[in-house]
Design a protein around this ligand. Structure first.
Ligand code: 9D3
Length: 235
């Protein structure tokens, strides 16, 4: 997979390429992540990327020419899906991450300032938000998308990938986990986990996952019950 990050802060892309699982995926050639500097596509000698809004109002607006120039450059290297990170976008989910992991070339457009010129949207295939909170730009959301998508690519996590994805798709939060020591600051590990009784351990984990999901994520719990029900009526 090829991922282009279109931004006026190309150095920020180093945050996502330099460490851990993503670095390993890049080193193995499973993904190529490239920063495209929007400023390089500005026409004037000051390389201006923003301007004041028509009709007045506070703040600055991202100019269309440099952003669209960068999009056309990225598309020119290979066909790709253009995704604008924006607070007005559709919410990013695991299902969306899975869908995007099947693409060949993602072109992630990061806005800055108070907003972007509306005409840029004519050059965008879809618009994604990562949640209802206000950030200063689209770069961190782009990195969230990259992290969620790249870990799903074949070979990135090894065979644990499919299993782990299934378990989220299976629709429950994780059960509590413990490692050594068996007592930490007077807090013991639940007895059942030390028992070596595999069936009891499985049952306990399922019960804890159910309880935790019901309490902390009622919507996910409701979906789990619905899907379990649905599976029962299938065929
Ligand atoms: C102060 C300007 N805001 C007026 C209500 C609009 C606004 C524009 C640009 C707010 C934030 C931003 C920068 N954020 C993003 O580009 C962004 C974002 C986010 O802030 N939250 C969640 N997902 C995303 S995706 C891109």
């Amino acid at each position: 997979m090829f991922i282009d990050v279109l931004t006026i802060f190309p150095e920020m892309v180093d945050l996502v390429t330099g460490w851990s699982i993503l670095k390993r995926a890049i080193d193995r050639g499973l993904v190529t992540i490239r920063a495209v500097n929007i400023r390089d596509f500005a026409a004037d000698r000051h390389r201006t990327t923003d301007d004041t809004p028509y009709g007045g109002g506070p703040g600055m607006v991202m100019k269309p020419e440099p952003v669209v120039g960068a999009i056309e450059y990225a598309k020119g290297t290979r066909p790709g899906r253009v995704i604008l990170l924006s607070p007005q976008g559709e919410r990013f989910t695991q299902a969306k991450a899975r869908a995007l992991s099947g693409e060949n070339h993602l072109i992630l457009v990061c806005g800055r300032y108070e907003g972007i010129d509306e005409r840029i949207r004519a050059f965008v295939d879809e618009e994604i938000s990562i949640g209802d909170y206000v950030l200063t730009g689209g770069e961190l959301p782009a990195f969230v998308v990259i992290d969620a998508v790249v870990r799903l690519l074949p070979g990135v996590l090894g065979n644990e990938a499919s299993t782990e994805e299934e378990s989220f798709a299976g629709g429950l939060l994780e059960y509590p986990q413990y490692t050594r020591p068996s007592v930490f600051r007077n807090l013991p590990v639940p007895e059942v986990l030390l028992s070596g009784h595999h069936a009891k351990i499985q049952a306990w984990r399922k019960e804890m996952a159910l309880k935790r999901t019901k309490k902390r994520h009622p919507a996910l719990y409701a979906r789990y019950l619905r899907e379990k029900e649905g599976a029962g009526h299938d065929g």
